[in-house]
Write a protein that binds this ligand. Sequence first.
Ligand code: HPA
Length: 268
Amino acid sequence: MSDQIVALTQLVHARAGSAPIELGLILGSGLGHLADAVEGVAIPYADLPGFPHVGVSGHNPNLVIGTLEGRRVAVFGAREHYYENGNAAAMRLPLGLLKALGASQLIATNAAGSLCPDMRPGDLMLLSDHINFSGLNPLIGEKTDARFVPMTTAHDADLRAALRASAAAVGVALPEGVYAWYSGPSFETPAEIRAIKILGGDAVGMSTVPEVILARFLGLRVAAISTITNMAAGMSDEQISHEHTKAMAPIGAAKLEQVLRHFLRQAI
Ligand code: HPA
């Protein structure tokens, strides 16, 4: 464990207690209010040396350590995206800390555009797999053989089954689909969306894939859920914008919260 992670672990233990964390949760655009539901301590990223300085509106840069539905969790209220500073590995330190705090699981969430006519704004999608359409990788520069991370079963089958069961139990539709990572920050062109569709993508977004790769590198089991905020470029007359993403995300967020709360109560 690096000295930086040891120091961060001590800092978190001093502020929020040293009981081990079970699970980490990364909140996507417009989903930040879930962090308020946690009974615990919010530590601003600015107090955590090496944590990203997240500048994207709609994100809440606190690490919240505490209890949600009886489980000890660490909630990342914001992520650094590749498009902010050109750093695909920006979440490596936060996820390394999560692992050091004892977590074995990570649930990532994001806002995404849909490529499927029957998956509409306000719907959720569970990632069955992903396509790294950006070609970037957070492990470039890693010197050990651990960099050769198998990705065949990256999106954990047991976590996904539990999330699907929770969604069914609370009456929320949770179709599975393939998420394509586009670097951003510009949105895709209609031709790019058609290309992603041909390649097998069902939703598109600007995050999550680096974190899934990092989670597997660190030995964390991982699953991810998209909240669909818009139809992807060229699929509707709607104007695609970040404002629209932020406005639409809370619709899916309410469903996401129901699913996640039920999932946490099952303690798999
Ligand atoms: N494309 C990329 N990222 C997104 C989108 C989109 O259409 N919607 C929300 N995040």
